[in-house]
Ligand binder design. Structure first.
Ligand code: BES
Ligand code: ZN
Length: 890
């Protein structure tokens, strides 16, 4: 417990407020669990026999722990030789069980012995059942608050303990858990065998894991750590890439953290059904198949990057999260923000070709977009209920968390930061930490005010807008000391660049309330002479003077800042002139992202953004095109009118045709991933947005070829051509897509084809796609995002929305846990008052788990879009008119 909380808890009143209604008291603390499970996969139930060794800190007659959807048959509390059977009362609301005995329990050690039974549910959390074909699997997913559905436990991250798991399962099945397999013995009943796993190091309950069923594993060994990549037999041949990356990552981390991987072995398991992307259960990482199993020869650049980053994320948690865990869910960013920052380090070092700096910037931009809404929340926010806790797994925790860490790392230097992380891990290993613990260590090690910088970014909502105004001036400088007394009276004329930096909170709609909020913002300024100077903004306004008259200044060196920038018009003009030559790719993208946000906020004109896009296109790069692609889509769906659609498409074709012509349609064997991605992006823009006939024809031909033989089309290109073809496709093509689905060979092929279904148009086809998405042919884990994609497609959104409302029961059946949030995100793509009100009303009546704040954010986003259209529609029309007029003169 944090020291402040400890002090406060001496007073009963304050302590109970701090603990919150559903928190467990700290009067009894677990030390060790020994649990024997007997799952019955055919009957979809399980039984358990559990011994918990606890320490009683305060005398009393009852012990409270968590349990949900469990039946407790018997509970006995033993102290020394004194055994007492407890009366058990279960509270479904608080998901707690209270064990009460008649004789007083004394301070000191005690053992709880509990017999319980439960159900293997089909909701992809707790202990759940997954059916594939004729086989069944029993799988756990406990984070954040579902271990209590598998065994009675102290289900809060602070109650770390050691675990000893035993599983009795059918002879045809095997099992994987956190510990190494110690023994595998016949019985006790005929047809069964019993697997005993080694005792784990101290860890939180949400990291306990079990998977039962038929698995096949590829095996390897990194620095004496046995590694296995396991999955259903169908995926056995697809484990090579993941194995290779796991080796690279483990080696990198052993070195980076300066603490060797502490959990003895590592199993990575792809599961037939999994709610999230992946889960860092200690030494038994669980996965959805598509993020783990990719074909060695033909899989896209994006898939390789995703597999690497997810592995790097989950493995990084073994130090940042599992070894040192946030004390409570309000500091979830200490797990997820740190892991999201860390995941890119091994990729940055080992795979330059992926340009992960840009990938990071993309995530930062996602966070900045949400954080500019009024309904954002601080990285660290008060949470009590399971619903609150689930809602914390969002881009603020992950991406803003990672962005702040990256900014501070860059401020103190990577090696100093690494030493800080190492000290933090050593100090708190096998225990828990708070935000204060983190930044206190980091400040001590670095000798820099990391605590002051982070505290504001972590506890305040929102983001700063840094406005930049640079002027060249000739100042009077006296050179007294170095020139000697004689010359001291002579004033010299020396040119300098005077920069005024102002900070204020940025809102997406441009309303700049007179908000008094301030941050400590590390800003590094790159200037025309190639130098960079760094400053810590503390007040509303900061003046910086740089020697020499600089033609341009750029106030976000390496694009690592968590803020938006706006330049004075003259400064922007000068910057635009060098954007393609003097800024690095991440810097260019950050400038484009900031300009796009300013256009939405009505602080820049849409035309200057499009001009900037034209300028950066002189040096086409996949990441740059990718970064503004969404802007082009939004323009197409919300700013363009019937009157100027042709003109917009003409501009798109003109701009992107020549870029595509430079690289052609066919990938050569030696071609870089970068060029492949660029091609896929250009084809997407030309085919889907500009509806360029040639691109559509070629894409459709390739799509047909893909349906016959997916391996014959470059996989980086596949997703794009499938979408372009679908965008222009008929009912016959949709049928071809649906018929081909069962023939696909890898999770990637299935995913690409399923996702492209969202592009088909017209009520009939959209209805058919949605019916398919809610059918049993689509796994529950995939359905919500597929439905959301149809809803997010501007061409179909009205029809899709009506369909979803009238078929809500079918849709709801496909929602597990908080996965429905994705549909709320999809509904955030509307841009008119009528739909806004419908969305508000519908989701108020049909409440989805952990979606309350997202609904508010989406309503705000729709309002912002409406304003954006009102502000920029005419300006776009004018820009298009001037552009096409200009071209016809040439
Ligand atoms: N700890 C999370 C898994 C998780 C997410 C549990 C949400 C409970 C609720 C894991 O480390 C994670 O962040 N997984 C991501 C993928 C990751 C690479 C960003 C996921 O599942 O989406
Ligand atoms: Zn994570």
């Amino acid at each position: 417990m944090h020291i402040l909380q400890k002090l406060a808890c001496n007073s009963f009143l304050i302590c109970s407020v701090l603990a919150g209604a559903q928190r467990l008291p700290h009067t009894v603390v677990p030390e060790h669990y020994a649990i024997a499970f007997t799952p019955d996969l055919a009957g979809a139930t399980f039984s358990g026999d559990e011994l918990i060794r606890v320490k009683i800190n305060r005398p009393g007659k009852s012990i409270i722990l968590n349990a949900a959807e469990l039946q407790i048959q018997k509970a006995v509390i033993t102290q020394g030789l004194h055994e007492q059977e407890a009366h058990v009362s279960l509270d479904t609301e608080s998901e707690q069980a209270k064990l009460t005995v008649s004789g007083e329990l004394a301070v000191g050690p005690a053992t709880l012995h509990i017999h319980f039974t439960g159900i293997l549910n089909e909701k992809l959390h707790g202990f759940y059942l997954s059916k594939t074909g004729s086989r069944r699997y029993a799988i756990t997913q406990f984070e954040p608050t579902d271990a209590r559905r598998a065994f009675p436990c102290f289900d809060e991250p602070e109650f770390k303990a050691t675990f000893n798991i035993t599983l009795t399962i059918d002879n045809g099945d095997t099992a994987i858990s956190n510990g190494s397999l110690l023994s595998d013995t016949v019985g006790p009943a005929p047809g069964e065998h019993t697997l005993r796993f080694s005792t784990t190091p101290r860890m939180s309950t949400y990291l306990v894991a079990m998977a039962v069923g038929r698995f096949q594993c590829a095996r390897g060994n990194v620095s004496n750590i046995p590694v296995r990549i396991c999955g259903t037999p169908e995926n056995d041949h697809l484990a090579k890439v993941a194995m290779r990356y796991t080796f690279e990552i483990l080696q990198y981390y052993n070195h980076y953290y300066g603490i060797k991987y502490p959990y003895g072995k590592l199993d990575i398991v792809g599961l037939p059904e999994f709610a999230g992307g992946a889960m860092e259960n200690t030494a038994a990482i669980f996965y959805r198949e598509s993020l783990l199993f990719i074909d060695e020869k033909n899989s896209s650049v994006e898939s390789h990057l995703a597999v690497f980053l997810v592995l790097a994320h989950e493995i990084s948690h073994h130090w940042l999260g599992n070894l040192v865990t946030m004390q409570w869910w309000d500091n979830l960013w200490l797990n997820e923000g740190l892991a999201s920052w860390m995941e890119r380090k091994p990729a940055q070092e080992l795979h330059h070709e992926w340009n992960v700096a840009l990938d990071a910037l993309n995530d930062t931009n996602t966070a900045l977009q949400i954080d500019s809404l009024r309904d954002t929340h601080p990285i660290r926010a008060k949470v009590e209920t399971s619903d609150d806790i689930h809602a914390m797994f969002d881009p603020i925790t992950y991406d803003k968390g990672a962005a702040i860490i990256r900014m501070v790392e860059s401020y103190v230097g990577p090696e100093t930061f690494r030493r800080g992380i190492n000290t933090y891990l050593r100090k708190f290993q096998f225990r828990n930490a708070t935000a204060e613990d983190f930044w206190t260590v980091m400040s001590q090690v670095s000798g820099r005010p990391i605590d002051r910088i982070m505290r504001r970014f972590v506890s305040q909502p929102g983001e700063p807008l840094v406005t930049v105004k640079a002027e060249c001036s000739t100042t009077k400088a006296r050179s007294i000391e170095d020139q000697g007394a004689q010359q001291s009276m002579l004033a010299q004329q020396r040119p300098s660049t005077d920069i005024t930096l102002t900070q204020q909170r940025f809102f997406h709609d441009g309303d700049m309330d007179n908000n008094s909020q301030l941050w400590l913002v590390p800003v590094c300024i790159k200037t025309g002479d190639g130098e960079t100077s760094c400053h810590l903004l503390q007040h509303r306004q900061t003046f910086v003077r740089i020697a020499g008259c600089m033609p341009w200044v750029f106030a976000n060196t390496n694009a690592v800042g968590y803020f938006r920038t706006q330049y004075a018009p003259d400064n922007l003009k000068m910057l635009a002139a060098v954007v393609a030559t003097r800024l690095s790719t991440p810097e260019r993208v950050s400038l484009l992202n900031d300009e796009a946000a300013l256009v939405t906020a009505g602080k820049e004109k849409i035309g200057s953004l499009l001009d900037l896009i034209s300028v950066v296109n002189k040096k086409p790069q996949a990441d740059i095109v990718e970064s503004y692609r969404r802007t082009l889509e939004v323009i197409d769906s919300h700013l363009v009118t019937v009157g100027n659609r042709e003109s917009y498409h003409l501009w798109l074709r003109k701009t992107f045709h020549s870029l595509l012509a430079q690289i052609g349609w066919t990938a050569s064997p030696q071609e870089s991933g970068e060029t492949r991605s660029l091609r896929a992006n250009l084809i997407g823009i030309l085919g889907k947005l500009a509806q360029d006939p040639e691109t559509v024809t070629k894409s459709t031909a390739l799509a047909h070829q893909y349906l016959q033989d997916p391996a014959s089309v470059d996989s980086t290109l596949a997703r794009s051509v499938l979408q372009v073809a679908a965008r222009a496709g008929s009912a016959a093509l949709l049928n071809d897509y649906l018929k081909a689905l069962p023939q696909m060979n890898t999770p990637e092929e299935v995913g690409d084809l399923q996702q492209s279904l969202a592009e088909f148009r017209g009520p009939e086809l959209v209805g058919q796609v949605l019916s398919f998405d809610v059918s049993s042919e689509v796994r529950d884990q995939d359905a919500p995002s597929l439905i959301a994609a149809v809803l997010a497609n501007p061409a179909n959104q009205d029809f899709a929305w009506q369909w979803i409302k009238t078929h809500w029961e079918d849709v709801e059946r496909k929602i597990t846990g908080s996965s429905g949030v994705q549909i709320v995100y999809g509904a955030g793509r509307f841009c008119d008052a009528g739909h806004r009100d419908e969305v508000q009303e519908f989701f108020t009546q049909h409440k989805l788990l952990s979606s309350e704040r997202v609904l508010k954010q989406m309503i705000e986003r729709i309002n912002s879009c409406i304003k954006y259209r009102d502000r920029q529609q005419d300006k776009l029309a004018l820009w298009l008119y001037e552009h096409n007029a200009m071209d016809s003169k040439q």
